[in-house]
Design a protein. Structure first.
Length: 285
């Protein structure tokens, strides 16, 4: 399961990106957010044979039309067998291929470098390096001792600088690596699955989803985030909520009040409260 693949299907500003997002120029906001999403997608890379049209849209050099054409080609001809086959896609010419190929992955390609971030333009260079070391490209990727024999400065040229060579060697060490942190499953309380299950006095585990000037929103696993008002963030005075918590931080909160009519849950992080009920964590689905 890849959250990024689903999040790209949404307009980024609809996720709730800030307290004053509606007060700024909306066109500028959309352009800036699209740039950030594209940067994230390109950093992770896109698996061509499984990616949705929306995800492919954010790969550099593609856009909506080429993403649609890639999916249409894939549906008509089956999985891509190599990066080079992308050139058979309608309207995907050499220029678009040059811009996008390094961000597109083919995990089960016949050629091992197709699953990495090494651009096809540098395949010959990698093959030359492997030949000089006296092994195959697959051996170079598998054996750290062979990679340590490489002197990158030897391959610097007018077309390839030392930083690029270092990036290539780093990619050979972990081909197709996902730069994101390991996803950690959050444990919510057993038996607490909807807002009606939440009662004042309960002490529940949760995760911080958003931080505002007036408080912090916490996901309790009931499809309705609760609010820890800034006055309830700590036993001391808090001027800035960011001093106390951060987004995605695990917390244990005490339920102060539940307003079913308005679908609101008031929470506290203060330690001097005495909870009436304590719930054991349950694993998320």
């Amino acid at each position: 399961m890849d959250p990024l693949a689903e999040l790209v299907k949404l307009d980024a500003k609809s996720i709730g990106v800030g307290q004053y997002q509606h007060d700024v120029d909306q066109i500028a906001l959309k352009n800036r957010l699209d740039d950030v999403v594209m940067s994230c997608v390109n950093s992770v890379g896109v698996e061509v044979n499984t990616a949705s049209e929306q995800l492919l849209t954010y790969a550099s050099g593609l856009g909506p039309q080429l993403a649609h054409n890639i999916v249409a080609y894939r549906n008509a001809h089956g999985p891509f067998q190599s990066r080079a086959e992308l050139l058979n896609v309608q309207r995907l010419g050499p220029k678009a291929f040059e811009q996008s190929a390094g961000f597109l992955r083919l995990r089960h390609s016949k050629y091992v470098l197709d699953s990495s971030a090494v651009h096809p333009e540098r395949y010959t260079l990698v093959e030359t390096i492997a030949h000089d070391v006296g092994c195959a490209v697959t051996d170079l990727m598998r054996d750290e001792k062979l990679r340590k024999k490489i002197n990158p400065a030897k391959y610097v040229s007018d077309q390839v600088g030392l930083p690029t060579l270092n990036d290539i060697l780093a990619e050979l060490a972990k081909p197709g690596r996902d730069p994101r942190e390991q996803f950690e499953v959050v444990g919510f309380a057993e038996g607490i699955e909807k807002i009606e299950d939440v009662k004042p006095g309960m002490k529940l585990p949760g995760i911080v989803t958003n931080i505002t000037a007036f408080g912090v929103f916490v996901d309790l696993g009931v499809h309705q985030d609760g609010l820890v008002h800034i006055s309830q963030l700590a036993d001391r005075f808090v001027q800035n909520p960011h001093e106390v918590v951060k987004v995605q931080q695990k917390v244990t909160v005490t339920v102060l009040d539940v307003d079913l009519a308005r679908r609101r849950i008031a929470l506290s992080l203060r330690s001097n409260l005495t909870p009436a009920t304590s719930q054991q964590p349950r694993p998320t689905k």
